[in-house]
Design a protein around this ligand. Structure first.
Ligand code: ZN
Length: 532
């Protein structure tokens, strides 16, 4: 057996920590890397592995333990090579590295690794560690004089790409094949794996990511939780003035079953409640028949809702008798599941937040354009409900003094100028429905195009007021009038550029919701999930 270099002796049976951060990483500066090294040594690390002379120098000043220096460098094949030149090794040693590691895989060897290994040992007088991926590469490196072999590259070369987890058996095979120390490195993410590496014959163990890459570790947790989340399914019911839509939504936001039934809107509270209970029971039965045990039920309804109690605080005469209904309580009793209730426009905003265009922004408004005009707003990442659950009455913002009467009792409300009936009206009776006007306008037919422009002009006035109040990152439009209507986006952008102060500096995005007809069901299910 070849003698073990002095600098390696105190590392026997010990942990080394690889302290690296890629460009763009929150910790990508040498001072941060040095703090990681200090924390590692405080925790019992006997050595550090680091990339580049600057980091090595900063670590050298912070801790007394030996540093394994490497220099990652992109080659002409577009891939990183570890320590590609003697000059790079020299810079590492001059910065304070007591050992140098280099890529001695088959690819590394094509880049002259074995010759470089000999030269670094001879010219710089430091032990050289060989990063390898196979037993053959380890043997070649040991024959060339490597002072230790490291399993670092296992799983990261073309012929070992199938390896996804740390393999103690590979350490064992290396130990049998070479006479120099074998250091286990690569995909060791749990303390038990480090111990298993020693049991398999490793001389020492190097751990990197699991200790010094907080964003990676965070991702592991988040991913595991997302998978757990997928297991749960939620029922969503969206009580609309015309139809009640309902369905089963997986934790990942997939609508696995969906359907709708006409809403007996004029029937009064008792009739509506019986209708909702029947729909809820049907959802539960459908879920159970599909082998799904739903975790909770969410209901979105017109009117303002106290989301804490699930009671309808106030509803207009569109739903007679609905004010005061203990909605969640009644449904809970009917289906025996936890029930959450929310205003329907808020539910659409929640759907965007969980599954749509609100996932990556903290401040956005979701505006619904249909029979009525509604909204839901996220401010700093939270749904804004207001002090009395009456927030986001977007449709009743006044845009026209002494304008047309609104069913809320006021005049000049946005809703009267921006609902489906208004668009039909602007088209002068040329089209029977708003959908027809939208189709013609987007096909470039001139009277319909002019009607849509008129409509957009009114809608923009409301949007401008909202933007001046909330300064959102994105406006997301949903509902029937936002379907297949790119001309609306173009019109709004043009109008808002005119109406909004410093529009150019804000970069506000105008978007049509991708969630379509069952967005309210998705939102109701998401509310149930949040409530749990
Ligand atoms: Zn109104």
């Amino acid at each position: 057996m070849k003698p073990i270099p002095d600098v390696l002796v105190p590392l026997a049976g010990k942990l080394l920590v690889s302290c690296q951060a890629s460009p763009g990483d929150a910790f990508r500066d040498s001072a941060s890397i040095a703090r990681f090294a200090r924390a590692a040594v405080d925790g019992g690390a006997a050595g550090i592995r680091a990339d580049g002379p600057e980091d090595v120098r900063a670590i050298r000043a912070a801790v007394p333990v030996p540093i394994v220096g490497i220099q990652k460098s992109v080659q002409e094949d577009g891939r990183i090579l570890i320590t590609p030149s003697v000059a790079a090794a020299r810079a590492l040693v001059e910065a304070g590295a007591r050992l140098v590691a280099l890529d001695c895989t088959a690819r590394g060897q094509r880049y002259g690794a074995l010759d470089r290994l000999r030269r670094i040992r001879a010219e710089l007088g430091v032990p050289v560690l060989a990063d390898i991926a196979t037993v053959e590469e380890a043997e070649a490196a040991a024959d060339a004089g490597a002072d230790a072999v490291l399993s670092t590259m296992r799983g990261y070369t073309e012929d070992t790409a199938h390896v996804r987890a740390f393999e103690p058996a590979f350490i064992h095979a290396l130990k049998d094949a070479v006479e120099v120390p074998v250091i286990a490195e690569g995909r060791i993410v749990e303390p038990s794996q480090a111990a298993a590496a020693l049991d398999a014959g490793a001389f020492a163990v190097i751990v990197g990511t699991a200790i010094t890459r907080p964003h990676e570790v965070t991702r592991w947790f988040a991913e595991a939780m997302r998978k757990a989340d997928r297991a749960a399914s939620f029922l969503g019911i969206d009580l609309g003035g015309t139809n009640t839509k309902f369905g089963i939504v997986s934790g990942a936001g997939e609508l696995t079953h969906e359907s709708f039934a006409p809403t007996p809107a004029a029937g009064g509270r008792a009739v509506l409640l019986e209708h909702l209970k029947a729909v809820a029971r049907q959802c539960v039965e459908t879920a159970r028949a599909a082998g799904i045990q739903p975790a909770a039920l969410g209901v979105a309804t017109a009117g303002w809702v106290d989301n804490r109690t699930g009671q309808v605080v106030y509803a207009t005469d569109n739903l007679p008798g609905w004010t005061g209904t203990p909605l969640a309580e009644e449904l809970r009793a009917a289906v025996g599941l936890p029930v959450a209730a929310e205003n329907d426009a808020n539910a659409l905003a929640v759907a965007e937040r969980h599954f749509g265009l609100g996932r990556d922004v903290e401040n956005f408004a979701c505006i619904t354009l249909g029979t009525g005009v509604g909204g839901g707003c996220y401010v700093n990442g939270r749904l804004n409900r207001g002090a009395h659950f009456f927030a986001n009455a977007f449709g009743h913002m006044s845009i026209q003094p002494e304008g047309l009467p609104c069913n809320c009792g006021q005049r000049g409300c946005l809703e009267v100028y921006a609902n489906a009936a208004a668009l039909v009206r602007y088209a002068g009776g040329a089209h029977a429905t708003a959908e027809d006007v939208i189709r013609a306008a987007n096909a470039g037919e001139s009277p319909a195009r002019a009607a849509l422009r008129t409509y957009s002009g009114y809608l923009a006035r409301g949007c401008a007021a909202l933007i001046h109040l909330l300064d959102p990152q994105r406006l997301i439009f949903s509902g029937g009038l936002a379907q297949n209507n790119p001309a609306l986006v173009a019109d709004l952008e043009e109008e808002l550029a005119r109406l909004v102060t410093v529009w150019d500096r804000r970069g506000i995005q105008i978007r049509l919701s991708p969630l379509a007809y069952y967005g309210g069901v998705l939102g109701a299910a998401a509310i149930a999930r949040e409530a749990l």
